[in-house]
Design a binder for this molecule. Sequence first.
Ligand SMILES: [Zn+2]
Length: 420
Amino acid sequence: MKRIILLLGLVLTVIVCHGQEFRVGAAIRVITPDPLLPVSGGVGTPKKTIEKKGDLFARAIVLERGAVRVAIVSVDNLGWTAALGDKSRALIKGISAENILIGSTHTHSAPDAYGFPDENGRSLADLAYLDNCVKKIADAVNEAVKNLTPATLKIAVGEAKGKIAYNYYAEQLYDPRCGVIQAIGKNNGKVIATLVNYAIHPEVIGSDRGILSPDLCGPLYDRIESRVGGVAIFMNGAQGGMVTADNRLDASKEAGTWEECIRIGNLLADEALRIVEKAEPVDTPVLACSSRNIKFPIDSEMMRYIINNSPIKMTSVRDNVVTTRLNFLQIGNAKVLTIPGEALPNIGFYIKRKLNTDQAFLFGLTNDAFGYILTKVDFNSFNRNEYVSRTSLGELTGEIYIQEVLTWLEEMSAQNQLKK
Ligand SMILES: [Zn+2]
């Protein structure tokens, strides 16, 4: 009898240990269109391209601890709406849809994924290309699941130094903090994936140079992967109005070249690796994923026109109110919150402070991409804010977002869901 109990105990221990094992997998897919397609840097007709610099990618990391499985995906595009993301989610096996975070890097040199209609209601978006991307995104996640292997995590947040980003509207109004999550294989000590979270507009090249490109994100991936191996993935932050790449030559001129993309991408990669280098690996990090729906009124005439006339049908819109999903992740000591658009940097600072950790991550343009998100006092205020106000859902988007997040954090705290 004693023996049986001992054996039972051993079996249970094995099950529990295995159940709590932490695993990570990563995979990528190239989504460069062949032949090349016009590119979009915002509302309006996409611009013709005649060459490419670098490739566009879908990049996926899957994290797993026990029964919890989470996918983080980044797409080299201006914005990736839930209308497209949900099609990929339906093709992904073994991860529930609410645990699949899909963000866009916000490169301004990739094909139109919004289906921006012109004044006649016509869109030039290539739906076959987008459909192909949908499949490749799902393929990348499914392969990342197959690649799951025991891992430890290094997590760090620090200031990325050097000429990387600045605020085009008010030079110093940007967040220099760069968050890094690096997964290392337990079996061989090799880097599986390095995730970089930083707020910046990858618009060095932009949409009117005849070039299709991941912008500075391409060189960022290449540099990280050539230095430490594994898969590099970039998640943008609160980069709205108007945190951009610092490729200034002087007060009035920007370089706007692929060489500048390489310089900035390499520098951000080197800074990210420097920041994470000394972090202590965590053996079995906490992993939790929650989600919550949020509703925004669509007050902007232009946004209504786009949503009503785009060939990419947004089923989440009813009576000029859109419903979208927020995610909150706890990965080790890191807390990650998603933003379904481009929050202005002051909102980013505020939310990071309220996350109440020195490892705060914001994944901007994730799960949806509804243009700029301003506080009501910023909306239609300075002349400088005219463009970002016009390309936002409305005056209250930022207030609703902030309130929803604060309520959610309070609820989770009251229910002791915030793991220490
Ligand atoms: Zn933008």
